[in-house]
Design a protein around this ligand. Structure first.
Ligand SMILES: Cc1cc2nc3c(=O)[nH]c(=O)nc-3n(C[C@H](O)[C@H](O)[C@H](O)COP(=O)(O)O)c2cc1C
Length: 197
């Protein structure tokens, strides 16, 4: 059975630079025989602005976000995938709100064990991050990466990132950028090599 990789893309702009990088990575992965799915989480229907800290998921015996909307449906599908790659532009020194309103609801995909350590809904999954930023690594991109490294450690998953600093702001401006395209292809190869057979 083909291994499956999910991209959760949060850039709200059409033809955005983050979208272009996601497309390059996804194309390379699909070309290697993997199933690829890209979900535009900037547009997904969410009944609430983010996690409500209701703890309904922690009281539920399964791994279920109890808020009934399209984010709930998406989260229920996460165990189908061998890798999940978040993609976000940096807004105000971190991932954008469109990503956070979905990401915080990943609490429902973890349960504490007896020592309080997180048990993620699935072992042997890989996490990834694709992020573009107008500034340097020190202008938020590095912080976002550190935050995802901590998240991956928390849930016990392998993690890989593709960070694009100094990205020109105009939407689509990088569509001919061979250096970024090359980085995208290398990142795809790194991700493919990390996904368990
Ligand atoms: C609201 C907003 C906040 C931003 N904040 C930052 C920031 O803190 N650091 C940074 O490096 N770039 C920042 N940028 C620039 C974007 O990260 C950059 O242009 C990114 O590549 C846009 O991605 P997109 O083409 O997918 O929309 C910001 C852009 C916007 C619109």
């Amino acid at each position: 059975m083909a291994r499956k990789i999910l991209f959760l893309n949060s850039s709200p702009r059409m033809s955005s630079n983050t979208n272009i990088v996601v497309e390059w990575v996804a194309e390379t992965i699909a070309g290697s025989g993997f199933d690829v799915e890209i979900v535009d989480i900037a547009q997904i229907y969410s009944k609430v602005p983010g996690c409500l800290a209701c703890m309904g998921c922690q009281m539920h015996k399964g791994y279920l976000c109890v808020i009934e909307d399209d984010v709930q449906k998406l989260l229920a599908r996460i165990p189908e995938f061998d890798a999940v790659v978040f993609a976000t532009p940096i807004y105000f020194f971190g991932p954008n709100a469109q990503l956070k309103r979905v990401l915080d609801r990943w609490l429902s995909l973890t349960k504490p064990d007896e020592s309080g350590n997180a048990i993620f809904v699935k072992k042997d999954m890989v996490l990834g991050l694709i992020s573009t930023a107008g500034g340097e690594l020190s202008d938020g991109l590095g912080l976002a990466n550190s935050s995802f490294i901590s998240l991956a450690n928390f849930v016990g998953l392998d993690y890989h990132s593709l960070l694009i600093p100094n990205c020109p702001y105009e939407a689509g401006a990088i569509h001919n950028d061979q250096a970024i395209m090359e980085k995208a292809r290398s990142f795809a190869a790194e991700l493919l090599a990390s996904v368990p057979a």
